[in-house]
Ligand binder design. Structure first.
Ligand code: PMP
Length: 426
């Protein structure tokens, strides 16, 4: 049989971490949904750029020219990565949160915003006031389409924006984006996609999905922290003043005596005040290029590991997994769950201290979603454990976490744990 194509390598794949009994074991990072490890291609590209970076646009020196070229190339890469074209703008931001807050500041007056109430806080909170319509997320994807239609029917005439999370960070479930955008279009609404969790795991095509804006984060996409992007239609961003002001955002400032006359820069610079993160933009662009060249291998790798993980977790007694739309719904590599009789914080602490496995526990910055899904699953808690896989995950990591959970349920923790500063610790 032909060998499966290798997936791109990530940094830290062979890090050893200490266990509570003094042994060292290779770290199993099962927390990709929080922040993904850096790709080797990204690390090499950053290494190469570090001696060269300098101020973009404003400097005439050679290093400034290099930086400017690299930075503007990164924009083109991001645009292509989500299937956008030259009519769309790419604003570099700090992360998805920053991207969505920027869009919120750019909405025309009296824009109706419609969103589901199970969104991540980054997509839930930037829109406030009487024009925001929160739709309770129904228990099936088909009903979500109907519920959106109904909500849009009830909004007044005028500009409308539907905010959708492409893939849930609590359950990994992929939302029926195309079906929802069709409904939005029928009502003349624009659609913004919070792609923080989908972009690292599946190709996104802004045209095929028929959405207007895509927001994403570099640190979930195998690049370091500090860079994200908002890609999409430029008109609203052109019509609004920057919410962060300073150099770069301004084309000209003149002294009018009692006040300053300010002409803002064109978009996207208008929304990138201050010295931009050239190294971060380059890192993110290289990560996008690497994923784009390897989508088939990436998707196959994660599908196979997710299947293995779910089969394994089904053998853990008392494990309740969370889902928005049902167990069979399409999802990226995320599984959140509780274990009957063992607090989620303790489960996560045992996995780390006794097995060298990193997972997340809590309510995942999506309190409404997590609480509701825990209730639906019959869990006795307000927190869950989340395992999330990606390019740093190996089959051995999945075997280890399943074996660790089975042994925890069968025999309890190997040492004593107590809550210290609000967290379980040995
Ligand atoms: N949306 C979703 C679905 C997320 O999972 C996250 C990160 N947990 C965000 C938005 C926010 O991303 P960031 O913290 O990088 O701004």
């Amino acid at each position: 049989a032909p060998l499966a194509p290798a997936v791109p390598a990530v940094a830290g794949a062979r890090l050893d971490v200490p266990l509570v009994d003094g042994r060292q074991v290779p770290y199993a990072n099962l927390d990709h949904a929080a922040s993904a490890p850096c790709l080797d291609t990204v690390r090499d590209a950053v290494d190469e750029l570090l001696p060269w970076y300098a101020s973009v646009h404003r400097g005439a020196g050679f290093a400034s020219q290099v930086s400017t070229k690299v930075y503007e190339r990164a924009r083109r890469v991001l645009r292509r990565f989500v299937g956008a074209d030259a009519s769309d703008t790419v604003v570099f931001t700090r992360n998805t949160t920053d991207s969505l807050n920027l869009l919120a500041k750019a909405l025309p007056r009296a824009t109706s915003v419609v969103l589901f109430d199970t969104e991540h806080h980054a997509a839930l909170l930037p829109w406030r006031g009487p024009n925001v319509h929160r739709v309770q997320t129904p228990a099936s994807a088909g009903d979500a389409v109907l519920a959106l239609d109904e909500a849009l029917r009830a909004t007044p005439v005028g500009p409308r924006l539907v905010v959708l999370t492409a893939a849930s960070n609590v359950t990994g479930e992929v939302w029926p984006i195309k079906a929802l955008s069709e409904v939005a279009r029928r009502h003349g609404a624009r659609v913004a996609l919070d792609a923080a969790q989908l972009a690292p795991h599946r190709p996104i095509d802004i045209r095929a999905l028929d959405v207007d804006y895509v927001a994403l984060s570099g640190h979930k996409l195998y690049a370091p922290f500090g860079t994200g992007a908002l890609v999409g239609r430029a008109d609203w961003l052109k019509a609004t003043e920057p919410y962060l002001v300073g150099g770069g955002a301004t084309a000209q400032v003149v002294d009018w005596g009692d006040r300053l006359g300010v002409a803002w820069s064109a978009v996207p610079e208008r929304h990138e005040a201050g010295s931009p993160n050239v190294v971060g933009a380059h890192a993110l662009a290289v990560a996008c290029d690497t994923l784009a060249e390897n989508w088939e291998a990436v998707v196959d790798h994660e599908r196979a590991l997710l299947r293995k993980l779910r089969v394994g977790l089904a053998t853990v007694p008392g494990l309740r997994s969370l889902s928005l739309f049902g167990d069979d719904h399409d999802r990226v590599g995320v599984v959140s769950f509780t274990v009957d009789g063992i607090e989620s914080g303790l489960v996560a602490a045992v996995l780390s201290a006794e097995h060298g496995i990193g997972v997340r526990d809590g309510a995942f910055c999506a309190h409404i979603a997590t609480r509701r899904l825990l209730g639906r699953a019959g869990a006795q808690e307000e927190r869950a454990v989340r395992i999330s896989i990606g390019l740093g995950t190996r089959a051995e990591h999945v075997d280890r976490v399943v074996a660790a959970l089975r042994s925890l349920v069968a025999d309890g923790p190997a040492v004593e744990y107590a809550v210290v500063d609000g967290r379980w610790a040995p």
